[in-house]
Write a protein that binds this ligand. Structure first.
Ligand SMILES: CC(=O)SCCNC(=O)CCNC(=O)[C@H](O)C(C)(C)COP(=O)(O)OP(=O)(O)OC[C@H]1O[C@@H](n2cnc3c(N)ncnc32)[C@H](O)[C@@H]1OP(=O)(O)O
Ligand SMILES: CC(C)C(=O)C(=O)O
Length: 558
C-alpha cells in the first residue's frame, strides 16, 4: 500500500495543555443534528412524518436544542420547519436551530422559514480550511473571512426585523484542517460583527468536519481556542465531531476536557460518511461514571426502534449500549464472572453497580438480564449454571455444572448456539427422573424408633425393575440412609454417596423440591449424578437416586 502518498497532519504546539488532567464533571449542552447532518447523509432522507416522529423522540429524550434542517435548501426542509411552527409542535423549553451557508439568498430564505417563532438558533457556516480555501473557493484568507462577516452581518440585519430572538451560531467549517490562529481571527471577526457580549453570547462551533488526527490533537485545538478568545465569556464553545478515523466519541470526550461547553451529534452516530459523534454513547459513558447525562435514555430499545424506522439504518449488534449482543456473554470465563458478580451484588445488597464485564446495569436502559448469557461451544459451566438458575430455578451443585456443561458443549460443537429451552430440555432428559431400567412408583417411610433416644427409619420403595414391579425395604437412622440401604441390600449395584443437596424450586404451597445425588459404584471409578423433582423432598431424593442408578446402569453396560 502506497502510504507515501499521504502526509502527516500538522499538530499545534501546545506544551502546557491542561486537558489530560481533567475529568468530565457535568453534561454539556446537547444539540441534536439528527434532522440535519443525520438526515442529509441518508440514502433515502426522512419524509415529513418521519421527521416529525424523530423530532418528537428528540424532545422526549430531553434535547433542548435541535437542528431541524437546512430550510433554504429544499421544499421538504422548508415545509418541515413550517409544520413544526404552524402545528405548534415545538415545546417552550426547546430551541430549534437551522443551518445555512453564508450566502445571501439562502439566509433570506431561512428567515422566511422562521416566521412565527419566538426564538431560534441561526447557524451560519463557511469553510475555512487550507484545502477548501484553495480548491473549493479559490480565495485567500481575507476573502474567506469576508464571506463569514457578510453572512453574519446579513443575519444581524434580518434579526432586527424578526419578531423573535435570534441566537447566532457560527461554524468555521472544516475547522480541523484550518490553522488555529486563522480560525480564531475569523471567529473573532464574526463575534465583533454580531456585537457578542456576555449577555449576547455567540455559539462558536468548531467542527471536526473531517476527523484528521488522533483525538488528543483535536483536544489541543479546542484548548488552544478556549484559551485564546479575547473574551471567553461572550462565547459558547461547541464541538461537532465526525468519525472518519473511528474516534468521534473519544474526540468529543477529550474536547470536553479541553473546555468545550456544547456538543452537536446524532443518535447512534448517524451522519456523513462514518457518521457524526454518537451522543447516546457519550451520554451513557458519563452515566456510567456517575454523572447525570441530562438525557433520558432509559428505554434504549424504543429509541433504537424509532431511529431505525426513521433512518432506515440498522444499528450493528456490537454498538455500545444498544447493540443486540452487548449484554451477552458467550465465553465461559465471562459467564462465570458475570454469574458470580450478580450473586455478590444480591448478597451484599450493594447500591453500587459492580459486575465484571458489565460496565452498566442493563436494566438502567430498559434492557434485561436474561439474554446476558448465551450458550455456545465457548461457554463453560458458569453460563450453563446461570441459565439453569436464572431462568429455571435449579441451583446445580458445582460437580453437576461441570458434568452438564460438557453435555451442552458437545451439542453446541455440533449445532452452534444452544437456546436456554434446549439447555433445559437436555437437563431434564439427561438427569431428571430417568426411568429405564428402574422406574419409581411409590414410597413409604416408617418411623420405627423404639424410644426417643433412637431414630430409626424403614423405607419401603415400590419400583419397576426392568418392567417388573417390586417393593424393596431398607433401614437407616434417617430417611436417606434407609433409602440407600434399600437399594444396596436388594441386589442393585452397591453405591456410595459422594454428594447430596436439595432446594425448593419455587416458593409457595405448590412448590417442588429438587434433589441432587452423586453416587459412586463401590470398588469402581463409575460415578454419576441423578436429579429428582417432587413436592415431597424424600420422594425427590428417591427419584434422584433412581436417576443416578439408571445412569450408572447405562455406564456399566458400555
Ligand atoms: C459539512 C456539512 O455538512 S455542511 C452542510 C452541507 N449540507 C448540504 O449542503 C445539504 C443541503 N445543501 C443543498 O441542498 C445545496 O448545497 C444548496 C441548495 C444549499 C445550495 O445549492 P447550490 O448553490 O446549487 O450548490 P452548492 O451548495 O454546491 O454551492 C456552491 C457554491 O456555493 C459556495 N458555497 C458553498 N458553501 C458555502 C458557504 N458555506 N458559504 C458561502 N458560500 C458557499 C461554493 O463555493 C460555490 O460557489 P461557486 O458556485 O461560486 O463555485
Ligand atoms: C456545518 C458544519 C458544522 C458541519 O456539519 C460539519 O462541519 O460537519
Amino acid at each position: 500500500m502506497n502510504y507515501e502518498k499521504y502526509k502527516r497532519f500538522e499538530t499545534i504546539k501546545l506544551k502546557d495543555r491542561t486537558w489530560p488532567d481533567k475529568t468530565i464533571e457535568k453534561a454539556p449542552i446537547w444539540c441534536s443534528v439528527d434532522l440535519r447532518d443525520g438526515n442529509q447523509a441518508l440514502i433515502t432522507p426522512m419524509k415529513i412524518e418521519e421527521k416529525v416522529e424523530m423530532f418528537q423522540l428528540l424532545v422526549d429524550l430531553g434535547f433542548k436544542e435541535i437542528e431541524v434542517g437546512f430550510p433554504s435548501s429544499s421544499q421538504i426542509e422548508y415545509d418541515f420547519l413550517r409544520l413544526l411552527i404552524e402545528e405548534n409542535l415545538i415545546p417552550d423549553d426547546v430551541t430549534v436551530q437551522v443551518l445555512t451557508q453564508a450566502r445571501e439568498h439562502l439566509i433570506r430564505k431561512t428567515f422566511e422559514a422562521l416566521k412565527g417563532l419566538d426564538k431560534a438558533i441561526v447557524h451560519v457556516y463557511n469553510s475555512t480550511s487550507i484545502l477548501q480555501r484553495d480548491v473549493v473557493f479559490n480565495k485567500d484568507k481575507d476573502e474567506i473571512k469576508q464571506i463569514a462577516i457578510d453572512g453574519v452581518q446579513l443575519v444581524k440585519d434580518l434579526s432586527k426585523e424578526f419578531e423573535g430572538k435570534v441566537i447566532l451560531e457560527y461554524s468555521p467549517e472544516s475547522f480541523t484542517g484550518t490553522e488555529v490562529d486563522y480560525a480564531m481571527e475569523v471567529c473573532e471577526a464574526v463575534m465583533d460583527t454580531w456585537g457578542a457580549s456576555k449577555d449576547n453570547k455567540v455559539i462558536i462551533n468548531l467542527p471536526s468536519t473531517v476527523e484528521m488526527d488522533t483525538p488528543n490533537v483535536y483536544a489541543d485545538q479546542i484548548e488552544w481556542m478556549c484559551r485564546n478568545f479575547k473574551d471567553r465569556e461572550r462565547v459558547i464553545i461547541s464541538v461537532h465531531p465526525h468519525n472518519d478515523r473511528g474516534c468521534g466519541i473519544a474526540s468529543t470526550e477529550l474536547a470536553l476536557l479541553a473546555g468545550a461547553d456544547r456538543v452537536e451529534g446524532t443518535l447512534f452516530g448517524n451522519g456523513e460518511r462514518t457518521g457524526n459523534v454518537d451522543v447516546v454513547t457519550v451520554a451513557l459513558n458519563m452515566f456510567t461514571h456517575g454523572v447525570d447525562p441530562q438525557l433520558e435514555l432509559d428505554n434504549i430499545n424504543d429509541i433504537k426502534h424509532v431511529y431505525e424506522k426513521c433512518t432506515k439504518m440498522e444499528i450493528p449488534p456490537r454498538h455500545p449500549y444498544v447493540g443486540q449482543l452487548v449484554f451477552t456473554a458467550f465465553s465461559g470465563s465471562h459467564q462465570d464472572a458475570i454469574n458470580k458478580g450478580m450473586h455478590a451484588l444480591r448478597e451484599r445488597n450493594s447500591k453500587m453497580w459492580e459486575v465484571p464485564y458489565l460496565p452498566i446495569d442493563p436494566s438502567d436502559l430498559g434492557r434485561q438480564y436474561e439474554p446476558i448469557v448465551r450458550i455456545n461451544s465457548q461457554s463453560g459451566k458458569g453460563g450453563v449454571a446461570y441459565v439453569m438458575e436464572s431462568m429455571y430455578g435449579y441451583h446445580l451443585p458445582k460437580g453437576l455444572q461441570v458434568n452438564f456443561a460438557k453435555v451442552i458443549q458437545d451439542i453446541s460443537e455440533e449445532e452452534g448456539e444452544v437456546s436456554p429451552e434446549r439447555v433445559y430440555d437436555t437437563f431434564i432428559e439427561q438427569y431428571v427422573d430417568i426411568k429405564e431400567p428402574y422406574e419409581f412408583i411409590k414410597q413409604k417411610l416408617i418411623d420405627i424408633s423404639e424410644d426417643d433416644s433412637e431414630f430409626e427409619r424403614k423405607a419401603e420403595i415400590t419400583l419397576k425393575d426392568h418392567g417388573e414391579i417390586r417393593t424393596i425395604v431398607g433401614y437407616g437412622n434417617g430417611p436417606i440412609d434407609a433409602v440407600k440401604d434399600a437399594f444396596n441390600e436388594n441386589g442393585f449395584v452397591y453405591t456410595h454417596f459422594l454428594d447430596y443437596s436439595e432446594h425448593s424450586l419455587s416458593s409457595g404451597s405448590s412448590s417442588k423440591a429438587a434433589a441432587y445425588v452423586y453416587l459412586r459404584v463401590k470398588g469402581s471409578a463409575v460415578q454419576e449424578y441423578g436429579v429428582g423433582v417432587h413436592p415431597n423432598i424424600t420422594t425427590a431424593t428417591i427419584k434422584a437416586i433412581i436417576s443416578a442408578m439408571n445412569r450408572i446402569h447405562k455406564q456399566l453396560k458400555k
